[in-house]
Ligand binder design. Structure first.
Ligand SMILES: CC(C)(COP(=O)(O)OP(=O)(O)OC[C@H]1O[C@@H](n2cnc3c(N)ncnc32)[C@H](O)[C@@H]1OP(=O)(O)O)[C@@H](O)C(=O)NCCC(=O)NCCS
Length: 380
């Protein structure tokens, strides 16, 4: 079957407009990403993830008083019921942290005080969105502790979401630089238009199922290596290269054998991924500060060769990979960090979808047989 046979069919829905949104805009020609009109570079470099989440969910930046009240509610809502931890303790130790995130949200859902409110109750959905954002770092952070055989820790209400994640994962207070790097990456990962997981979330809530089912759909979709998994793959690649002196030969060999270089290229950005521009700066500063410059040196070689040979640039997952590594975060938590951030974008999309809902139900072209005569099983 070829797409040219069917003029209205686009494989993978590439180029098909799936909806109207006021949440974010990707401007490929100028390598720009805006959330609600604000350049993501400004939000990541000058704001906080909490501010970004507020903007995505409420459609406007908070005043200082609104931000302070929002942070207070997020801190109050950060803990999850014991039932969530009991469920996570039943999972095999081999469970992927993305499955831990999925189970965590699914088990928490019926405990949400607004769980049985009608799907289109906007005020209830706003409260759900705040709880969804508040609980992400606790589910992923304490979920990691549980799989490592440790007891969950009580979140500290004075922490930001980034600090809470680092505190639960490492069991120690994060330093300010570490928390800032993670915080800015959360803002950069928070939202990105009608990507696969966001679309899955919108399809789910458009049936008037509940918002948590939308979040669980999003996590399941993000788990796939064609979507969320590239930051982990990029770090495995950097570790395989090992030393800056190996990088030049490695990348030329990889390109000669038509390997895809993880953390490079993007369907939407044909020039630079704007999220990678700020995160590369932060990640390279971090390598210097933590005395681990071999990763930024390898990165420099790969970036140079990819630009000169292929005119392809790093995407957000490339600097995220070595930044998280230098921060000491286990590699299989890189995609769950994406969840901690993206629940804010998914929640904003669920709210937008439900405010003006129409069931999402595309058609398919049937290419199977017709008019086949039925015979009973005993006669086949
Ligand atoms: C993201 C991605 C899927 C976008 O793909 P796309 O827009 O469909 O582009 P294509 O895969 O069709 O690639 C177009 C050309 O660029 C090349 N290319 C794209 N990304 C490349 C990469 N990361 N490494 C090497 N070559 C790459 C392709 O080989 C192809 O070259 P060709 O025309 O000579 O065959 C692709 O860049 C990729 O697989 N990147 C690595 C995974 C990754 O980092 N994903 C995270 C995205 S945020």
């Amino acid at each position: 079957m070829s797409a040219t046979t069917y003029p209205n069919y686009s494989p993978g829905l590439e180029g098909v407009i799936g909806g109207i949104t006021t949440i974010s805009e990707i401007i490929s020609e100028t390598s720009t990403l805006v959330y609600r009109g604000y350049n993501v570079h400004d939000l990541a470099s000058q704001g906080s993830f909490e501010e970004t989440a507020y903007l995505l969910i409420n459609g406007k930046l908070p005043t200082a008083a609104e931000l302070s009240a929002f942070k207070h509610v997020l801190a109050e809502e950060r803990e999850v019921p014991e039932a969530v931890y009991l469920a996570l303790k039943q999972l095999p130790k081999t469970a992927h942290p993305m499955d831990i995130a999925k189970v965590g949200y699914a088990v928490y859902a019926p405990f949400d005080p607004d769980y049985s409110a009608p799907a289109t109750d906007h005020e209830a959905n706003l409260r759900k969105a705040i709880r969804i954002v508040a609980k992400g770092s606790t589910i992923v952070g304490n979920g990691h502790r549980i799989r490592m055989g440790h007891e969950p820790l009580k979140p500290n209400p004075a922490h930001t979401i980034a600090q809470n994640f680092l505190y639960l994962v490492n069991g120690t207070e994060p330093d300010a630089k570490t928390a800032h790097v993670l915080d800015s990456s959360l803002s950069l990962y928070a939202e990105h238009g009608f990507n696969a997981s966001t679309f899955a979330c919108r399809v789910t809530v458009a049936t008037l199922s509940d918002m948590y089912s939308g979040i669980v759909s999003g996590i399941g979709t993000l788990k796939g290596p064609l979507h969320g998994g590239a930051n982990e793959e990029a770090m495995h690649m950097l570790m395989q290269i090992g030393e800056p002196g190996n990088a030049e030969a490695w990348i030329h060999d990889a390109l000669a054998t038509k390997k895809k270089i993880m953390g490079f290229g993007h369907r939407e950005y044909k020039k630079r991924d704007p999220r990678a521009i700020y995160l590369t700066k932060v990640a390279k500063e971090l390598c210097i500060e933590k005395g681990q410059t071999k990763w930024s040196e390898i990165a420099d070689v790969l970036e140079g060769v990819m630009e000169s040979e292929k005119n392809i640039f790093p995407n957000v997952d490339f600097p995220a990979a070595y930044a998280y590594y230098v921060l000491g975060i286990p590699i299989d938590l890189y995609t769950p960090i994406f969840v901690v951030a993206r629940v804010s974008g998914w929640s904003a999309h669920a709210l937008e979808q439900l405010k003006n809902n129409r069931l999402i139900r595309p058609s398919a072209i049937y290419e199977g047989p017709h008019s086949v005569e039925y015979t009973p099983a005993s006669a086949r």
